[in-house]
Design a protein around this ligand. Sequence first.
Ligand code: UT7
Length: 343
Amino acid sequence: MTNSNKPNLRSPRSPRSGRPVHIVGTGSYLPDRILTNADLEKMVDTTDEWITSRSGIKERRIAPDWMCTSDMGTEAARRAMEQAGVREDEIDLIICATITPDMPLPNTACLIQHKLGAKRAAAFDIEAACSGFLYGMEIGQQFITSGTYNTVLVIGAEKLSTIVDWQDRGTCVLFGDGAGAVVLRSRGPERGILTTCMGADGSKGDILFMPAGGAKFPASKESVSARMHVIKMEGKEVFKSAVIAMQTAAEEALKKCNLTINDIKCIIPHQANLRIIDAIAARLGAPKEKVYINLHRYGNVSAASVAIALDEAAREGRFQRGDLILLVVFGSGLTWASCVIRW
Ligand code: UT7
């Protein structure tokens, strides 16, 4: 029997008290237009060979001009609600994780609330870059665990094509557009979300950032001509930090639940770079078959990445009710998070 199909060896422990929280529905939405590595070869000085070997990405989705982050988030939410059998008027809270809100205000969660017709729901955005979806899930689950709310919609949605520097071959090949969502509820006495670990290191904010568009450098002719409204990244530094932070966060979550990596049926990491994912799997001692990967199709969709991957992995039957799964993410901030769930 290989590591990957061993049954769960230990019964998990959860450091949580209060009402158990479960993911009762997942959904995702990807725009139709595919931008391949061959297309990028015509736009910047790059090759399919470089992009594939350095990142593992083969293609990404690009939303049309008229489609906003809220449109993709709404569609992903509808699919999650349909799977959960939850109506708009049952939603108490909508949390949208994004770094590409439709506009600075109102927040994107409010725009989604209106599009869904979820009139009873409170709605706000959170910004923790690529870690935003797990940060959002943790916030949402706290509201249910405490008994404040019963039904929370958490969405990760991004239109990164609007903040990518299409002249910078070092970043424009990496990102794409899309959205993923989950419905959180309490389903029964057995705990679903077992634990979440979150962390941040603001001292490294300058290795992955977008300088202008906020209060520090509001949009001006100068900021636009200096190309300050696009993503800037020191790839190698981000790479190193990502591997260490994701490994540490994953190990911390497993430890808190009294589990080892052998107990986990499926690992769903942030989809930024195949080499980062391979390095984490090796450091955790996880066989590759346990790790869910879709970055070759979508690239890095920041806050939406792990939400889309979770939805696809669940719909593909990569794990069943009762299986243990591990989510682990990393992003600008720096921020990171991990989460162990009994499905
Ligand atoms: O979502 C949050 C997190 N984001 C990440 O996790 C991204 C983390 N970083 C990475 O994924 C990798 O660092 C990259 C994929 C961005 C880059 O890979 P790398 O192995 O770190 O390459 P590099 O940046 O050191 O660049 C190596 C060479 C350079 O040329 P020289 O200076 O050696 O002549 C770059 O100019 O590759 C060149 N290069 C390219 N060549 C062809 C950079 N981008 C490209 C490109 N096509 N698209």
